[in-house]
Ligand binder design. Sequence first.
Ligand code: ADP
Length: 349
Amino acid sequence: MKPKHVKVIVRTRPTSDFANDILQISQETNSIHIHIPKNSESGFINNQQEDWDFKFDQILHNASQECIFDECGAPILKSLIDGYNGTILAYGQTGAGKTYTMTGTTENYVHRGLIPRMISQLYKEIANKTQMAITVRISYLEIYNEQMVDLLASLNDDENCTGALKVVDENIGPSLVKNLSLQIANTEEEALNLLFEGETNRSIAEHQLNKNSSRSHCIFTIYLESRSRVESSEKVIYSKLNLVDLAGSERLSKTQTSGVSLQEAKYINKSLTFLEQVIIALSDKKREHIPYRQSKLTSVLRDALGGNCNTIMIANIWGVKEHIEETISTLRFGTRMMCVSNTPIINVQ
Ligand code: ADP
């Protein structure tokens, strides 16, 4: 299997005050040009640079949830069922639309995000794979201030809980996430209930820890174990899909003004900085040591970054003037991410 680079797709948050005068998007060429005159009186940019040019795999400007599923979710889901690992990461500043992209909102069905859409499609695909017996397991993990929170721990006494399953996931093995609950989900409804349960537990934990979702990383993982019903062989194919809603990438100065405690902001900045260091090390082909072990997030995402996985990063941007620095920072991060290569292989045991 040839190495594949991490696919980076930019998604804009629709807004009436989009800074069209300084931020030009071409969906035809998948490029973005940002122009801020040096004599700009806005004073929001402390850099001397005037122009920035970026090019990505795809730019989805004001796109619907359905379009995001078609472009990002559906191909990763197809390869998951074929036996390849997949990861979709939502990156960007707070308010740019990461949670909207991954989970969506509950008020209206058309606003449901990638996770519920991928769950629905997964069970449709499984129903069509009559020659395979496929077991679905789910875990939901939150990383907050370098602490792991098992969002499905409240279900541990449930008969469907299989406990940490070493063989499926050696990287999230017990040494890293002790006894991470893996729940069997036999139907779409059971899987959606697990998502709902995790979201509920997330908000309880948030309340206790006095934080909000923009300060933690959330990783919803679907594990497939596929056995052939027709072949007499005992071979089993394992694949997994990480759906990751990262903490807001804004800089310390902004988070301080938005009321995030200094300690929390340092942790967020640190773990995203470690993520960036891993990306930089991976894009330098001569670097031998990749510092995955520096943080929980990079340890958990090891497979997705330079490993055995099809990875897509959705760079969420909020293209209003006041956030132009954060937009540039997100687009720079996305550009680096495109230099990371993975080598997906089918994991047969
Ligand atoms: P983040 O998770 O990056 O902090 P959210 O997903 O919470 O941001 O989005 C902030 C607000 O903007 C929410 O009210 C969300 O519903 C809205 N929003 C974000 N992106 C979109 C979009 N593409 N379409 C409609 N509303 C959006």
